[in-house]
Design a protein around this ligand. Structure first.
Ligand SMILES: *Cc1c(COP(=O)(O)O)cnc(C)c1O
Length: 382
C-alpha cells in the first residue's frame, strides 16, 4: 500500500470522513483520460467507443468491490444523488406508502424523506441505542402492509457505528420490501458485500475512499425498479440521463480496484493507528468518552466527548495542528448539538463537547503522536 504525507508543517489531516485525498494511481488514471478520452460515450464512432469502454471498465471495477454485477452499477454525480435516486426513485413508483428509516441518517437521506413526507408518504424514523445502533427486532415490528421501502445507513459518518445491515436485509427480503443502504462511509473502508447484506440498493461515494469528488454510484439489484429523478436521454438504463462524467468515473473505478486489493491492509492499518490514537489520548485526558459502539464500528473513526469544554472551541485552538471536525452544525454563528449524538441520548453539553477524528491511510504514527500532544495541550489550556 503506497502512502503519502503532506508537508509536516501543515495541520495533521484527521477529517477523512469528510473527504480523502486520491489513492496512488487514481490521479494518473484520471489525467490520462482527461488528456485523450474526450469522445461522447453515446457516440458510435471510435472516439465514443473509447469513452464508453472506459466507463464499462470502471463499472466492472466498482462492481467487483461490492460483489455486484457490472450491469447493477448506475453512475451518478455523487452520494447525494445516489441517495435521492434510491429513495425518491423507489417511493415515487407509488402514490403513497410507508417508509422505515432511522434518526441518524445523513441529510441526503433525511431531506428526500422529508420531501416524500410532504407528498403524503408516511415515514417511521427508528430510534437508536446509546451506541447509535438500531434494533432489527423493533424494525421488524414496524413493517406494515403498505411499507414500500427501508433505508438504513451502513455506518454513521459522525460516530462510525455500524448497523446490523445483514439482519435488516434478511427481514426486508423475506417481506418483499425494497431495502436501500447508504454505504457512503463503509465502501472501501470495511468489507461490503451486497449479496451477504441482502440489499437492493446501495450508495457508493468514491471521495470517502480515496477517489474523486462529484461522482458516485448506486447499486441497483437486478429486477429492482426505480423511477428516474432527472428526466432526459436514456443514459445509465434510463435511470440517470446526462452525458457521463467519463474521467471521474474512471477515477471511481480505479479507486475501487485499489480498495478491493488493499482492503485487509487498510482495515489493519486503521485499527492499529486509531487504537493507538485513542489509547494515547485516554492516557493524557482520562475523562474522554468514546461515542459510538466500542467494537461494531469503522476502524478509522473516533468520536470523542471531552469533559467540560466545547468541541468547536477546542478545534479552533488546534487549527494549526490538526484538521478535524465537530459533529455540530454551525447555523448563524451558533453551534447546535449534533442530532446523531442527541439521538444516542447525549445531553446538549456532552454533544457539544465532541470532536470527530477520522483517520486515513496516509496518516502516520508520527502524525498521531503530534496530534495527541497538541490536543492534550490545547485541552489543558482551556
Ligand atoms: C458523504 C456522505 C454522503 C453524501 O456524499 P456527497 O459526496 O456529499 O454527495 C451521504 N451519506 C453519508 C453517510 C456520507 O458520509
Amino acid at each position: 500500500m503506497k502512502r503519502k504525507t503532506i508537508s509536516s508543517s501543515n495541520p495533521v489531516y484527521l477529517d477523512n470522513n469528510a473527504s480523502t485525498p486520491l489513492a496512488h494511481g487514481v490521479a494518473d488514471a484520471m489525467a490520462a483520460c482527461l488528456k485523450s478520452n474526450f469522445g461522447n460515450p453515446s457516440s458510435s464512432h471510435v472516439y465514443g467507443e473509447a469513452a464508453s469502454q472506459a466507463i464499462e471498465h470502471a463499472r466492472k471495477q466498482v462492481a467487483g468491490l461490492i460483489n455486484a454485477k457490472p450491469e447493477e452499477i448506475i453512475f451518478t454525480s455523487g452520494g447525494t444523488e445516489a441517495n435521492n435516486l434510491a429513495i425518491r426513485g423507489s417511493a415515487l413508483r407509488f402514490k403513497s406508502g410507508h417508509i422505515i428509516s432511522s434518526c441518524v441518517e445523513h441529510p441526503s437521506v433525511m431531506k428526500p424523506l422529508k420531501y416524500l413526507e410532504g407528498l403524503g408518504f408516511k415515514i417511521t424514523y427508528l430510534p437508536v441505542d446509546k451506541y447509535g445502533i438500531v434494533d432489527p427486532a423493533v424494525l421488524k415490528k414496524l413493517i406494515r402492509e403498505n411499507t414500500i421501502l427501508i433505508t438504513i445507513m451502513h455506518s454513521n459518518n459522525e460516530t462510525g457505528s455500524i448497523q446490523p445491515i445483514a439482519e435488516i436485509g434478511k427481514t426486508a427480503s423475506s417481506s418483499g420490501i425494497v431495502f436501500h443502504c447508504d454505504a457512503a462511509q463503509s465502501v472501501g473502508k470495511v468489507p461490503v458485500d451486497v449479496k451477504k447484506l441482502k440489499v437492493d440498493l446501495l450508495t457508493i461515494v468514491p471521495h470517502k475512499f480515496y477517489g474523486p469528488k462529484g461522482t458516485g454510484a448506486l447499486f441497483v439489484k437486478r429486477g429492482v425498479e426505480l423511477k428516474p429523478v432527472l428526466y432526459g436521454a436514456s443514459h445509465e438504463k434510463g435511470l440517470r440521463p446526462g452525458t457521463e462524467n467519463v474521467c471521474s468515473i474512471v477515477g471511481l473505478g480505479k479507486a475501487s480496484e485499489i480498495a478491493e486489493k488493499e482492503l485487509p491492509d487498510r482495515v489493519q492499518l486503521m485499527k492499529d493507528l486509531t487504537g493507538y490514537f485513542y489509547n494515547e489520548l485516554r492516557r493524557e485526558i482520562p475523562g474522554i468518552r468514546l461515542n459510538g459502539h466500542p467494537t461494531k464500528r469503522l476502524p478509522n473513526t473516533l468520536n470523542l466527548s471531552f469533559p467540560d469544554i466545547q468541541g468547536n472551541i477546542l478545534l479552533e485552538k488546534l487549527k494549526k495542528e490538526i484538521a478535524a471536525s465537530t459533529g455540530s452544525a454551525c447555523h448563524e454563528g451558533k453551534h447546535k448539538p449534533s442530532s446523531v449524538l442527541k439521538a444516542m441520548g447525549l445531553s446538549d453539553r456532552e454533544a457539544l463537547s465532541a470532536l470527530r477524528l477520522s483517520l486515513g491511510i496516509n496518516n502516520t504514527e508520527v502524525q498521531i503522536r503530534r496530534a495527541v500532544k497538541s490536543i492534550a495541550e490545547a485541552y489543558r489550556n482551556l
